[in-house]
Write a protein that binds this ligand. Structure first.
Ligand code: CUA
Length: 659
């Protein structure tokens, strides 16, 4: 990292020296007045686009407006979130269950919006968990995580989640090759070449409900998969994965995985793989993975451990998989809106190769191969190559498309965005970023229908851009207006966690997708719901005390509870009786080893509390719900174990004894 920062700084310095006093267009490092007006969205007005941004090591997904850069929401996905009780309430804990047990964190890198016919459809946003390999689906009606599925045979789920043009599959490639889950993994690490394998998961998505399932996995040679894109249009039915470490090194990869002049883009004919699966050619393999689903009727998640996956070994089928040589340690692998051009971005390459799908098909038909790699045919570089973008900059990473014939590639080392023409491969514009840009996003820029008005750069380093905040500085996003010939920076803003890939979609599409405003209390099937204050009660089953509590502006029912004893486990099941949009209530109790609950209108949520001492415990509403919010409070009395204080509860009247 240090080295690249130094390089970045050097290159900026060089650029500045080179430019001298004559300041050409597009090198402004500050936003000018006219540019700022383009990012201005008046108070009370809506943005044009929703921007879904990965939160990196925060494990969450954030939602911004474009072009204002206003932050609307942080959606908890893989990490617990005390603000919303995610992973703290009894209902949401199962969402973070895995075959390793409860895992409260992950590293979320990429977002993929669901598509129909190659266009964003506004239904779901998929996200990858990098560390403990998982795939999540966020429902864009509720902006909540609806499903998380763990991926067996994988380590470092980086090449993920990338979807086909009708979201038939969301595909996830393993970064680390590892011994298969059903094999003896207790092997020497330097037996890598013999024992370590790659796996790519094809996860099917139900068109109506979004329900996910691992349809099959492809077992591949033991390389590292980095990123991927599906074909579209003419190349629908194919998938392209960038691979590095074709050297199959297991130590000091920065040197040992950079030996070869070219690594590969792996082209996969997934329609063919699907045929083999349908013909029963896959092998059932014993594995263990968690599949977690949130049920909107019961407001409760369940986690199921599944034990089998179907695996197809690509080496056994000669027409599924092909390697295309790609210089040098390729990172991004992107397909243009027509599906004809496949762009490989070699982190250490001084050019950007653009491959042609038509030429690739011809090369495969004519067997224009350069031998094989682990039994997989290697297509001759020139036979698949459309052409090379010469001298684009240093450290090409990712490419997005504007739908008007141009591609935009981020350059990590030279800290810039380079715009080039897809047909003649000529560089037509470049704009500096501040600093060390990673991913780029154009709304729809990965689909057949980009909305080529804005481009957002997600930067790793901010250094001097903002007020200092100690040793840890924010990362940033920078918005460029790309409606004209020249890119123009119009805004930069800090981000949540480390932003990697992002997607964006027209606001109209999502705002009109049937946004949920309240949960209907009549349809609430939570087993511990109280649908009105008359149903509020406290019951005891052995040492388990269940509080069926309601909240409405501005009191809880019950708000006085006695008869809880040391050794009890208390479950507060709180139903928010409100049926108005934007009226949540919160709940918290002193000393709980837990977070607050934030309960939406009509929803039931549960907080588990084990009192640790005798005494009076205040509880209160944490969300400012009315002028008398501060009055929304109550008490729980905790007595010693074996005490004869009867279990009782009330609100505004005398206690009634219960069982
Ligand atoms: Cu309910 Cu504040």
């Amino acid at each position: 990292m240090k080295k690249s920062v130094t390089l970045t700084m050097l290159s900026i310095a060089t650029t500045l020296i080179f430019l001298g006093s004559c300041k050409p267009k597009n090198t402004n490092n500050a936003v000018t007045g006219d540019a700022a007006a383009k990012a201005y969205v008046a108070p009370g007005k809506y943005d044009e686009f929703y921007n879904f941004v990965s939160g990196g090591f925060s494990g969450q997904m954030s939602v911004y407006g474009l072009p204002s850069g206003r932050l609307f929401r942080v959606i908890p996905v893989f990490s617990v979130d005390p603000e919303k009780g995610w992973g703290y309430s009894e209902e949401t804990k199962p969402m973070l269950n895995t075959s390793h047990g409860f895992v409260p964190w992950d590293d979320l890198h990429h977002i993929e919006l669901s598509q129909t016919a190659g266009e964003v459809n506004g239904k779901w946003a998929f996200a990858n968990g990098n560390n403990t390999p998982r795939l999540a689906r966020v429902d864009l009606k509720t902006f909540r995580t609806a499903e998380i599925i763990e991926l067996p045979n994988s380590g470092g789920n980086h090449s993920s989640p990338f979807g086909t043009e009708n979201s038939e599959y969301i595909v996830a490639g393993t970064r680390f090759s590892v011994p298969a889950d059903d094999s003896n993994g207790d092997v020497p690490i330097d037996s890598y070449k013999e024992n370590f394998k790659g796996h790519i998961s094809f996860v099917s998505v139900d068109k109506e409900t979004g329900a996910m399932d691992i349809a099959f996995q492809l077992k591949t040679p033991g390389v590292n998969f980095d990123l991927a894109r599906s074909g579209k249009g003419k190349s629908h039915g194919w998938f392209f994965f960038s691979c590095y470490n074709t050297e199959q090194a297991n130590t000091l990869l920065e040197v040992n995985a950079s030996q070869k002049d070219k690594d590969f883009i792996m082209a996969v004919n997934w329609k063919k793989a699907e045929e083999y699966i349908k013909a029963g050619k896959g092998k059932k393999q014993k594995v263990r993975y968690a599949h977690n689903v949130y049920n909107e009727q019961t407001h409760t998640a369940t986690s199921t451990i599944k034990t089998e996956v179907t695996v197809l070994d690509v080496a056994e089928f000669k027409d599924i998989c092909y390697f295309i040589p790609c210089p040098k340690s390729p990172h991004g692998c992107d397909v243009d809106p027509t599906g004809e051009y496949i762009v490989g971005s070699g982190k250490l390459a001084a050019l950007i190769p653009v491959f042609s799908f038509d030429k690739l098909q011809k090369a495969i038909a004519n067997k224009t191969f350069d031998g094989d790699y682990s039994g997989i045919p290697v297509v001759k570089y020139e036979a698949a190559l459309y052409g090379e973008v010469k001298k684009p900059g240093l450290g090409p990473l990712h490419t997005e498309f504007d739908g008007k014939g141009f591609a935009y590639t981020s350059m990590f080392v030279s800290s810039e965005i380079v715009k080039w023409n897809i047909k003649d491969l000529a560089v037509v514009d470049r704009a500096p970023t501040f600093y060390s840009v990673g991913h780029l996003c154009i709304p729809g820029g990965n689909t057949a229908k980009p909305f080529g008005k804005y481009l957002i750069a997600y930067n790793k380093i901010t250094k001097d851009r903002y007020l200092p905040t100690g040793p840890e500085l924010t990362q940033s996003a920078q918005i460029f207006d790309i409606s004209g010939d020249k890119m123009q920076m119009i805004l930069d803003f800090p981000t949540i966690g480390e932003p990697h890939y992002a997607n964006a979609a027209p606001a109209e599409l999502i705002k009109n997708n049937g946004q949920l405003k309240i949960y209907k209390i009549d349809e609430n099937k939570h087993p511990f719901v109280a649908k009105g204050e008359s149903e509020a009660k406290v019951t005891r089953e052995g040492n388990k005390v269940h509080v069926y509590m309601t909240s409405v502006r501005s009191h809880f029912a019950p708000d006085n509870i006695e008869g809880v004893k040391m050794g009890d486990e208390v479950y507060f099941h709180i139903t928010n009786l409100e049926q108005d949009w934007d009226v949540p209530h919160g709940f918290s109790i002193k000393g709980a080893n837990n977070a607050e609950l934030l309960i939406m209108p009509g929803e039931t949520t549960t907080l588990k509390w084990i009192p640790d001492r005798v005494g009076i415990f205040p509880m209160y509403c944490t969300d400012f719900c009315s002028a008398l919010h501060q009055e929304m409070q109550g008490y729980v009395r905790v007595s010693p174990a074996g005490s004869s204080v009867p279990l009782s509860f009330h609100v505004g009247k005398k206690p009634a004894a219960t069982n």
